[in-house]
Design a protein around this ligand. Structure first.
Ligand code: ADP
Ligand code: MG
Length: 301
């Protein structure tokens, strides 16, 4: 559905996307995981026909996106971080008017608006003003709107950023249903849980480059490996614990007030000997993959 080769986005002399290559299969949910500034939005905007490609190739559903950004806009659904909903008209009218942009006639636009309201559990709010919706409902409406034109590819830029945990879960549930309906989804996120739960495959991005790619399980197996030890120093023990850890040959990172240690499973005993700290073990996750690729946490700014 999507093939990018050596894709570059520059703003003046600044390189926001530095020659990335990836492919998205039909029906797949594909993720771009990375911190702020990684180049996710710049990539998605090029894919959505909203921002010119500086260089490289980008093909979407057989269309050369560098030459035909307008045709791209007709075939894909876009959910950007800024929703652009019209607060002066009802929820339902926001959807029907969006349908008009895609050339639907009044009857068809009304029918599609009705379908997506039902699908996204917003039917009872159809007559309300957009301003009366909660943050979570507003986000669901923005996602619903992208489906009015029945796109084969939907691009979502950080679909749950800024939502509380329960609204986030709600959006995840709905994205999982959409995924099962066969639509191709490309999404960006800086939440590793979101990427692990929803994405069939993903790329890990930082500073305009792709550092790793694969299924969440592959990335974790290849880049993070064994269980991760979390070493929490007791009050006043940070320096002593740090010294003890430095004497081991483990890879240690300090995130917040906790040391994260990549330890092979057969050497767990070494760590439990550390004094002045509580040690626990957990399975590795995509955050650990990011850490091993960049030496930083995903949420460091
Ligand atoms: N319109 C713009 N003009 C100049 N620099 C930009 C513009 N948009 C994004 N950037 C820069 O490009 C880099 C990548 O940004 P972006 O694609 O928004 O990353 P992400 O979505 O991963 O946070 C950032 O350093 C950002 O400041
Ligand atoms: Mg962004």
């Amino acid at each position: 559905m999507v093939r990018a080769t050596g894709l570059v986005k520059k703003f003046g002399d600044f390189i926001a996307v530095d020659g990335i290559s990836f492919a998205v299969q039909r029906g797949e949910t594909f993720g771009m995981l990375g911190p702020n500034g990684a180049g996710k939005t710049s990539t998605l905007r090029m894919m959505s026909g909203l921002s010119p490609v500086t260089s490289g190739q980008l093909e979407i559903d057989g269309i050369d996106a560098t030459a035909n950004p307008r045709s791209i806009r007709d075939v894909i659904g876009v959910v950007s971080q800024h929703d652009g909903l019209d607060p002066d008209i009802s929820v339902r009218d926001n959807l029907t008017i969006y349908g008009f942009y895609f050339g639907l006639d009044r009857k068809m636009a009304a029918r599609r608006a009705d379908e997506v309201l039902g699908f996204f559990d917003l039917r009872s709010r159809g007559g309300d003003s957009v301003d009366d919706l909660s943050g979570g409902m507003r986000r669901r409406l923005t996602i619903a709107r992208a489906f009015v034109s029945r796109p084969r590819l939907v691009v979502l830029d950080e679909p749950t950023t800024g939502l509380d945990p329960s609204s986030r879960n709600r959006v995840w549930e709905q994205l999982a249903v959409l995924k099962n309906s066969g639509v191709t989804i490309v999404m960006s996120t800086h939440y590793m849980e979101e990427a692990s739960i929803l994405c069939d495959r993903l790329v890990i991005m930082d500073e305009g480059r792709i550092l790793g790619s694969g299924t969440p399980e592959e990335l974790i197996r290849e880049r993070a490996g064994a269980d991760v030890a979390q070493v929490r120093p007791e009050a006043g023990q940070r320096d002593s614990v740090h010294r003890q850890l430095k004497e081991t040959d483990y890879e240690v990172a300090e995130i917040g007030a906790i040391f994260t240690v990549r330890a092979s499973n057969d050497r767990r005993a070494d760590l439990t000997k550390i004094s002045g700290a509580r040690v626990s073990f957990r399975p590795p996750n995509l955050e650990d993959v990011f850490l091993s690729l960049t030496g930083r946490g995903l949420r460091d700014e």
